[in-house]
Design a protein around this ligand. Structure first.
Ligand SMILES: Cc1cc2nc3c(=O)[nH]c(=O)nc-3n(C[C@H](O)[C@H](O)[C@H](O)COP(=O)(O)O)c2cc1C
Length: 187
């Protein structure tokens, strides 16, 4: 992962607090990580947490100037090797599936040519809703890689499928996604 450029999109779930640990693991593995937080994510964790851990400014709005050459969604899309969205809300999955682009993360998801790696997190009923399941199927057909969700205790206290995958499993999936593809062995 050394030297690889990762955009980490964080959206509005209780699991947003785990994204800081994911970012730390990716940075320790040698990746350069830029974080984009949705408005929803900023209700759960502050950008300061990510800024302190990554020592880089965090992108919190489509409309605020960044340290990247503007327009940042175009410049950053060219810089990025992989967009990782963890946690991904039902809202983000819907926007990605339908090509909506009303904030920096959803614009970036359209601007980065490679399909993103997505770690959803949500309540079990939200996850099982046919609209969410249809969106996931559509995104998978387009080449998006999904990690989790897994069964476990959810923010509501209920146990069910919807918990974000373990950070180490997401980091492993990122490493696999960024590994150079091996050519099929010749016979
Ligand atoms: C306490 C609380 C926890 C939430 N957890 C989740 C969640 O885990 N997954 C999800 O899809 N939505 C969750 N939501 C709803 C999202 O925050 C909401 O849909 C928001 O508009 C998402 O915005 P974003 O996708 O732009 O971050 C939660 C809301 C609240 C108030």
């Amino acid at each position: 992962m050394k030297g690889r450029h990762i955009l980490l999109g964080v959206s509005g779930s209780v699991a947003a607090c785990k994204a800081a640990e994911l970012m730390t693991q990716l940075v320790r593995a040698g990746a350069e990580v830029v974080v984009i937080m949705t408005d929803g994510a900023q209700r759960f964790v502050t950008p300061v947490t990510f800024e302190a851990l990554s020592r880089r400014p965090v992108i919190t709005s489509l409309w605020k100037r960044t340290q990247f050459q503007e327009p940042a969604h175009v410049t950053l899309a060219e810089w990025t090797d992989l967009l990782v969205i963890a946690p991904a809300t039902a809202n983000v999955l819907g926007k990605l599936a339908h090509g909506l682009a009303d904030d920096m993360l959803s614009c970036m998801a359209l601007a980065v040519p490679r399909p993103p790696l997505i770690a959803p997190a949500m309540n079990v009923n939200m996850y099982n809703h046919p609209a969410v399941q249809d969106n996931i199927r559509l995104l998978k057909r387009r080449g998006c890689v999904f990690v989790g969700p897994v069964e476990g205790r959810l923010a509501s206290g209920r146990v069910g499928l919807g918990r974000m995958a373990d950070v180490k499993d997401i980091a492993k999936a990122v490493e696999t996604a960024l590994a150079p593809r091996r050519r099929a062995a010749r016979r």
